[in-house]
Design a protein around this ligand. Structure first.
Ligand code: SF4
Length: 290
């Protein structure tokens, strides 16, 4: 199977655009913004695109692009080099993890996410028709088990996995497996974000991972911009009609053009930034990160 996806691969969902409508973020004077279809970017960042509430992908809890979901044991690789993602980068250039290669893991959005996610309908996966999603479950976990050990042999001085470009910790067992892999694979480093609430069982496991492997793991909890501040948080913010951003955390430097990629930044996993919330600017067409 090729890594390169084309429109032909997503043919069944090719006409997805008319299913978009705006999130109807209110203007300051209280009037809703008008509906747009097809070219949401043209309307600027005050719009937040999301799927209609009755869209099958929303109701069924699945990706908008089902043909991009591949069985973990059929995929050419499930941990993909960060070189393939301009926003991630192939090798860490800064901080304690400098020199380590980065790999990404992409699961199916919504199918693996808690339905309480604040961006359930506005998930940025809604615009990622080219991403290869790996089916979750036992085959995925078996493959991770072997592939992580293989990477540890290849990179004994350390390697980084970005969890999860799309998707989330989908079960208690799966989250516990990451804790286990971190405990017996010293070369493994991870960073990412989760929509699982901090005080859920999965959230407790993630907090345990952050605390026990504080020099090798940082999973930030995605919260609403106005949520009480706690450590290890991330949020998504949108510009208001005047183009202003709310003061909800440290804005991702890459989005402000101050760094090239996660590889040249490292703010999300830097111990000194643990007490700071990272804020991602939501884009009109994609709705931002979880
Ligand atoms: S703050 Fe830095 S590490 Fe975090 S997502 Fe942005 S570029 Fe990546």
């Amino acid at each position: 199977m090729s890594d390169a996806w084309t429109w032909a691969d997503v043919q069944p969902e090719r006409n997805f655009r008319p299913t978009f409508n705006t999130g109807l973020i209110k203007r300051p004077h209280g009037k809703s913004l008008s509906r747009f279809q097809g070219t949401p970017k043209a309307h600027g960042a005050i719009y937040r695109a999301q799927l209609a509430a009755d869209h099958p992908a929303v109701n069924d809890g699945r990706t908008l692009f089902p043909s991009t979901v591949v069985a973990a044991d059929k995929a050419p690789r499930i941990l993909v080099s960060g070189k393939n993602a301009a926003k991630i980068g192939g090798e860490v250039r800064k901080g304690a993890w400098a020199g380590m290669p980065i790999f990404t893991l992409t699961l199916e959005e919504r199918a693996t996410c808690p339905s309480t996610c604040g961006l359930w309908r506005a998930c940025y996966g809604n615009s990622m028709h080219l991403a290869r999603r790996h089916q979750h479950g036992e085959p995925l976990e078996r493959r991770l088990h072997t592939d992580l050990q293989s990477l540890a042999r290849q990179y004994p001085r350390g390697f980084v996995v970005r969890l999860h470009v799309l998707g989330d910790f989908y079960s208690i067992d799966y989250a516990a497996r990451w804790a286990s892999w971190l405990s017996y694979i010293p070369a493994l480093h991870v960073f990412g974000y989760t929509a699982n609430p901090r005080r859920s069982t999965i959230g407790h496991i993630i907090s345990h991972i952050n605390a026990r492997f504080s020099d090798r793991a940082k999973i930030r909890f995605s919260v609403a911009p106005d949520a009480p501040r706690e450590k290890d948080q991330a949020t998504t913010i949108w510009r208001d009609e005047q183009g202003h951003l709310p003061d909800a955390g440290l804005v991702c430097p890459m989005q402000e053009g101050r760094t090239l990629a996660c590889a040249t930044c490292g703010l999300c996993w830097a111990p000194a930034a643990a007490g700071h919330r990272i804020a991602f600017i939501g884009h009109g067409a994609i709705g931002g990160r979880k």
